[in-house]
Write a protein that binds this ligand. Structure first.
Ligand code: 13P
Length: 250
């Protein structure tokens, strides 16, 4: 019912030439894969990657977006600009945006609404820090980030939103939530979505897991009933590591 969705977040890596080479390798090696696939290069490589991936089964996304359509926003990139270079999806609320660059749920919500209005799909990232986890606040944090991030977004738009649960302590650390732990949290996220919307929205929403996803843990995670995909950082930077993740056997 929910199509598995495997996405690579390239973060601040790769020049255009490097991005072109990786995109070309992925296009060739992933052509037979029926999972939904996406790569999110840096802003400067989106056009290059979108050109390589045109006509392929791999979507192209951005890692962030301005909270405004245009104007005096030095250093920001608008939704129109993203579409102009070929992005179809935008990742919003990544923990690095929240915790390093101070993005609030309110700001993220403005971006979510704007991206949807402008016809972009959204991957909305949520997840707790280690302190919040140790304080037993995982569901509370996810509820706050979902309620805040999705404020004003109606059920009709939910088909264009993917949720990515990325526990901050698991990102880039080599630590992964166990499949059981992650599935429990994903089930809680789904029930928050039922509270915010209804059961049919909760049943349909694709929830990716992110945080040190690798070839040796992807199948175990994806075998769980509430884990529908992966948002992959470090292991998405090489075809050798991303291809087998994207091809995981469920
Ligand atoms: P890693 O896979 O490197 O832990 O990164 C996860 C992530 O933040 C993807 O958005």
């Amino acid at each position: 019912m929910r199509t598995p969705f495997i996405a690579g977040n390239w973060k601040m890596h790769k020049t255009r030439a490097e991005a072109r080479d990786l995109a070309a390798a992925l296009k060739e090696q992933l052509s037979g894969v029926s999972h939904r696939l996406l790569v999110a290069p840096t802003f400067t490589s989106i056009e290059t990657v979108a050109t390589v991936l045109e006509g392929s089964n791999i979507l192209v996304g951005a890692q962030n977006m301005a909270a405004a359509r245009s104007g005096a926003h030095t250093g920001e990139i608008s939704p129109d600009m993203l579409k102009d270079v070929g992005a179809q999806v935008v990742i919003l609320g990544h923990s690095e945006r929240r915790h390093v660059y101070g993005e609030t749920d309110e700001l993220i919500n403005t971006k979510v609404q704007l991206a949807l209005e402008e016809g972009l799909e959204v991957i909305l990232c949520i997840g707790e820090t280690l302190d919040e986890r140790e304080a037993g606040q995982v569901d509370q944090v996810n509820r706050r980030q979902l309620t805040g991030g999705l404020a004003g977004v109606d059920a009709g738009a939910m088909g264009r939103i993917t949720i990515a649960y990325e526990p901050v302590w698991a990102i880039g650390t080599g630590k992964t939530a166990t499949p059981e732990d992650a599935d429990t949290t994903h089930a809680a996220v789904r029930s928050i979505m039922a509270d915010l919307y209804d059961q049919s929205v909760a049943d349909a929403v694709v929830i990716q897991y992110g945080g040190s996803v690798k070839l040796d843990n992807v199948a175990g995670l994806m075998a769980k009933p509430n884990i529908d995909g992966a948002l992959v950082g470090g292991a998405s930077l090489k075809a050798d590591t991303f291809v087998p993740i994207a091809q995981f056997d469920s």
